[in-house]
Design a protein around this ligand. Structure first.
Ligand code: NDP
Ligand code: OXD
Length: 306
């Protein structure tokens, strides 16, 4: 079995060494233009030339959960697209989102500012019932996040295409229930894949439906959010703040207003990082299973877009 590796912005050596160790009978190499055809590929944002040359690929293993960048390209005709299926990301995402929610709910920014001025002050405790949280997308990551938020006794709502039965999470389904889902929430967490249906979904109309004093946490993709609409709703006072990990252009351009907005917390696309060892173990296991003709989890439906 020949495996080719083509991942932009990724140090190849440790991945090649890990893949060789996990699949000692495979030949694993970094792709170069003109390389012979491989059976499987490990990819992240590969150039179109790679896909055009590697026409015999049976599996394209993406080293992330989101496949929006890959699906924009022309893919080899018979390749199955496989996304990372958790591989240590869901616990990181739960940590990140719970941290952002609790920091806002408990007003830790305000306490930090007071302490910086040597001020010993108390704020009136807030009621969890006044902070219902909505999680958009209840897949591998969204479900884990919704369960973690429920553990802190917040009222939790979830929105997905198909109905879910998750303990402590009120399930809302499809376009018909989107507005009522939004109206139920004060804090909104986005964990949708980026598809033609979800691009620009966080916009003036939808964010206006959140309860007054709403808070937005975007950890999915920057193109879900209409930047100017968020800024307008923060300036009008309808929204109280936002934590943003993903942006339309990454790195976030130096002049972008998000950097300095007093109500926005920015992090550099770091809420759930790809963990190399877990990912290699998962990818190697699935490549070998595909070779044996066995079914695998995490197959992407290119028509659906995730
Ligand atoms: P999944 O594919 O497992 O889950 C996607 C969820 O979104 C599903 O519940 C699905 O519904 C729902 N969904 C999709 N389209 C719609 C729609 N049109 N309307 C309503 N619900 C919809 O993805 P993951 O949980 O693994 O990851 C989610 C996204 O998180 C990734 O696509 C990626 O963009 C982002 N991400 C960000 C990272 C970061 O570091 N910031 C790290 C990793 C991922 P159903 O269940 O019914 O199919
Ligand atoms: C991913 C990401 O999709 O890191 O895995 O954004």
């Amino acid at each position: 079995m020949n495996v080719t590796f083509c991942c932009t912005d990724t140090k190849a050596e440790p991945w090649l060494a890990g893949l060789r160790m996990a699949m000692p009978h495979a030949s694993v190499s970094e792709w170069q233009p003109g390389a012979p055809p491989a059976d499987h590929a490990v990819v992240w944002a590969p150039p179109q030339q790679f896909l055009d040359e590697q026409t015999r690929l049976k599996g394209l293993f993406n080293i992330g959960a989101g496949v929006d960048a890959l699906l924009k390209l022309r893919l080899p005709p018979h390749a199955k697209v496989v996304r990372l299926d958790d591989a240590g990301m869901s616990v990181q995402m739960a940590e990140y989102v719970c941290h952002a929610v609790i920091r806002h709910f408990r007003e830790f920014d305000g306490y930090e500012a007071d302490v910086a001025h040597g001020k010993w002050s108390y704020r009136k405790p807030r009621m969890r019932a006044d902070f219902p949280i909505g999680v958009m997308g209840l897949g591998v990551l969204g479900e884990r996040v919704a369960r973690a938020l429920h553990q802190f006794d917040f009222p939790v709502h979830g929105w997905s295409r198909s109905s879910k039965a998750i303990d402590g999470v009120v399930s809302h389904t499809g376009a018909a229930q989107f507005d009522s889902f939004l109206a139920s929430c004060r804090v909104l967490v986005n964990l949708l894949p980026l598809t033609p249906d979800t691009r620009d979904i966080l916009n003036h109309r939808t964010l206006s439906r959140l309860r007054p004093g709403g808070y937005v946490i975007n950890v999915a993709r920057g193109a879900h959010l209409v930047d100017d609409d968020l800024l307008a709703l923060l300036d009008s006072g309808h929204l109280a703040g936002a934590t943003l990990d993903v942006f339309r252009t990454e790195p976030l351009p130096a002049a972008h207003p998000f950097w300095t907005h007093p109500l926005i917390t920015v992090t550099p696309h770091t809420s759930a990082r790809t963990l190399r060892e877990e990912s290699i173990a998962q990818i190697a296991g699935k490549m070998l299973a595909l070779e044996r003709g066995e079914p695998i989890a995490g197959l992407v439906d290119p028509v659906r877009g995730y």
